[in-house]
Design a binder for this molecule. Structure first.
Ligand code: AMP
Length: 530
C-alpha cells in the first residue's frame, strides 16, 4: 500500500499568501503580492544610524579590553530550561515573554507513514536511547500501541478515511513527543555565559574569568519607545575568584568609563546592597509582615506581590503607593555584618575610583541568587524607560546551573536606549560621510577614476565612484547630497594634462594637482569616514 501521507503533522506549510496558486484546471484570480513589514517590536537599523551603533560597539570592545575582558559570543537560542533556571521560571521574562519553540530532530523529518512505520519507530527508539527525545515525554509504548491500531485498521480498510481518526491521534502523539525538545530565543545572556563557563571548564583558568558580549535579545514585551521585542544588549560577567568589593567597584567603574568615553549625557548611577541568603530572608519576612499591615492601601499588583515577591513592591511606580513604600523597613538597616561590611567597602572602592553614585534602597532584584551589590544607570532623553544599564552580584547562579560554587557579578546595557540617548543629545552623525566623490567624464577618465578610487580606498578613504557617466554639474550636485568632503573632477582633458581638479565642497574652492600631489594632499587629511 502506498500513500504520500506524511507523519509530521506540524509540518503543514501554508501556501504563502499572495503567491499565485494554480489548482487543477482552474486559475485563481491573481492577487497583489503582499507587502511585508518588520514584525511588531522589531525594526531595521539603517544607515547612518548604524554608524553610531558601530561606534558604540567599537568603543565597548576598546574600553572593555583595557579592563582585561575577552569577548564571548554565545548562541542566540538555548534550552528553555536554562533560562527557566537561570532567569527564574516565575519571572515575567520566562513565564510570559520568551519566544519558545520545539526544535524537531532532523532525523525525524517527514517520513511517509504507511509502510515505513517500522523504520520510523526504530529511529524513535534510537533517539530515545541517545537522549535526543527526552525520556520524560510521551512513552514509546503508547506510540507503538497507536501505530498498531492504525496498521490493523489500514490492513482491512479500503480507503484511508476509515482510519483517519486513528491516524490523526497518532499524529497528535508524535506532536506531543516534542521531538528534539524545547528551545528559546535568549531573553538575556547571563545564563548563557554561565552555561559556557561550566561547559568549557573555565574554573580551571586564572580567576576571575572576565567576559563581555553584545547582540540581540528577545522578549515578547509591549513595544513602546525604548522597548522592543528584539533589542540589543552589551553586557559583561566576571566569574570566579573572590567576591572582593574591588571587583564590584571595578565592574561599575568600567561601565562608567565606557559611558564617559561615549559622552553619554545625564548619567546617574544608583547602587544598593540586597543582602545575602543569611540576612535577606529575614528582611523579606519583615517587609511582608509590614506590607500585610498596609495591604488595604495598596493596588492589586502590589497586593499580589506581597505573597509572590514582596521585594518587587519596592519597584512600584504607582503614585498613591509612594508615601506608603517610603515608610517601609529598609534593607540597609537589616544587613548582616558581612553584607554591611561588603557594601561599605564597595562604596569606599567606588570613591577611590572617583565614581559618583547615589544610594537607592528601593533598587532590588527579585531572584534568589542575586545578592549584595545591585546597581542601575540612567541617562538623559529616555522618558520613562530611562534605565540604560542594570547589574549586580549573583554568587549562586553558576551553582544553580550545575557548576561549582562560583562568585559572579555582571551587568547588561540596553544598547537601543544607549543609542537613543546619544541621538537625543546630538551625538549621532547626521549622514554617513564620504571623503571623495569622483566625478568623471569620458572613457580615459573612467579608467583613471577606477585606479584613483582603488588607491584612495586602500588608503582608508570612503570613495563614491559613479557607475555611469554624468555631466559634471549633476555629479557635483550628487556629491553634495551625499555629504562628500571633496569632489575629484576627472575629464579626458585632466587625464591627458596629468593635472586633476579637486574641489572642497564646503567652501567651493578648487585646486589643480598632479596625481601624486593630490593623493599626498588627501592622505594628509583624516578620512571623515574613519
Ligand atoms: P535586564 O536584562 O532586564 O536587567 O535589562 C538590562 C537593560 O536592558 C535595561 O536597563 C534596558 O536598558 C535594556 N532592556 C531590557 N529590556 C528591553 C527591551 N524590551 N527593549 C529595549 N531595551 C531593553
Amino acid at each position: 500500500m502506498t500513500s504520500n501521507f506524511a507523519i509530521v503533522g506540524a509540518q503543514h506549510v501554508a501556501a504563502p499568501r499572495g503567491i499565485l496558486q494554480v489548482s487543477e484546471g482552474a486559475t485563481k484570480k491573481e492577487e497583489k503580492p503582499r507587502k511585508f513589514q518588520a514584525i511588531r517590536g522589531t525594526r531595521d537599523i539603517l544607515p547612518p544610524e548604524t554608524t553610531l551603533w558601530n561606534r558604540v560597539e567599537q568603543t565597548a570592545h576598546e574600553v572593555f579590553a583595557t579592563f582585561g575582558l575577552g569577548e564571548i559570543r554565545p548562541p542566540i537560542f538555548e534550552a528553555t530550561e536554562l533560562f527557566a533556571r537561570g532567569v527564574g521560571s516565575e519571572t515575567d521574562i520566562v513565564s510570559k515573554e520568551m519566544y519558545t519553540f520545539v526544535d524537531r530532530s532532523e532525523k525525524l523529518e517527514p517520513q511517509p507513514l504507511i509502510g515505513s512505520m517500522d523504520v520510523f519507530l526504530q529511529r524513535v527508539k534510537q533517539l530515545y536511547k541517545s537522549g535526543e527525545i527526552p525520556q520524560d515525554e510521551i512513552g514509546l509504548e503508547l506510540v507503538e500501541k497507536q501505530w498498531k491500531k492504525v496498521n490493523d485498521l489500514l490492513k482491512g480498510a479500503s480507503s484511508i478515511e476509515s482510519g483517519a481518526i486513528e491516524i490523526y491521534e497518532l499524529i497528535m502523539l508524535f506532536e506531543a513527543l516534542r521531538l528534539g525538545g524545547d528551545v528559546s530565543l535568549r531573553p538575556e545572556a547571563t545564563a548563557s555565559v554561565c552555561r559556557a563557563y561550566i561547559e568549557h571548564n573555565m574554573q580551571q583558568l586564572p580567576q576571575p574569568v572576565k567576559l563581555y558580549y553584545m547582540g540581540p535579545m528577545f522578549r515578547r514585551e509591549r513595544p513602546q519607545k525604548g522597548r522592543y521585542r528584539q533589542f540589543y544588549q552589551i553586557g559583561a560577567e566576571v566569574l570566579g575568584g573572590p567576591d572582593a568589593p574591588a571587583i564590584d567597584a571595578e565592574v561599575i567603574e568600567m561601565v562608567m568609563t565606557y559611558f564617559a568615553k561615549l559622552e553619554l549625557q545625564g548619567v546617574e548611577l544608583s547602587i544598593n546592597s540586597i543582602g545575602d541568603k543569611n540576612c535577606r530572608p529575614k528582611y523579606v519576612e519583615l517587609l511582608r509582615a509590614e506590607l500585610q499591615r498596609v495591604k488595604g492601601k495598596l493596588g492589586a499588583d502590589s497586593q499580589r506581590r506581597i505573597e509572590t515577591n514582596p521585594l518587587r513592591v519596592l519597584d512600584s511606580k504607582v503614585e498613591s503607593e509612594q508615601p506608603i513604600i517610603e515608610k517601609l523597613p529598609r534593607i540597609a538597616d537589616h544587613l548582616c555584618e558581612d553584607c554591611a561590611t561588603h557594601y561599605a567597602a564597595v562604596k569606599r572602592q567606588l570613591e577611590l575610583r572617583g565614581v559618583i553614585y547615589r544610594e537607592n534602597w528601593r533598587l532590588v532584584r527579585g531572584l534568589d541568587y542575586y545578592m549584595r551589590t545591585t546597581f542601575e544607570i540612567t541617562a538623559a532623553g529616555l522618558g520613562s524607560q530611562n534605565a540604560v544599564c542594570g547589574g549586580g552580584r549573583y554568587d549562586g547562579l553558576v551553582e544553580l546551573l550545575g557548576g561549582p560554587p562560583t562568585k559572579g557579578i555582571g551587568f547588561a546595557i540596553g544598547e537601543d536606549r544607549l543609542i537613543l540617548s546619544l541621538q537625543e543629545s546630538g551625538k549621532a552623525p547626521a549622514q554617513q560621510g564620504r571623503d571623495v566623490y569622483i566625478a568623471w567624464m569620458g572613457d580615459k577618465a573612467h579608467a583613471t577614476a577606477i585606479r584613483a578610487a582603488k588607491d584612495l580606498r586602500a588608503a582608508g578613504f570612503s570613495v563614491e565612484l559613479p557607475p555611469i557617466e554624468q555631466k559634471f554639474g549633476k555629479a557635483l550636485g550628487q556629491a553634495d547630497k551625499l555629504g562628500a568632503r571633496y569632489a575629484l573632477i576627472l575629464g579626458d582633458n585632466e587625464v591627458s594634462e596629468g593635472l586633476w581638479s579637486l574641489k572642497t565642497l564646503a567652501d567651493g574652492s578648487q585646486q589643480k594637482l598632479t596625481e601624486p600631489d593630490l593623493l599626498q594632499f588627501l592622505r594628509e587629511q583624516k578620512p571623515v569616514s574613519s
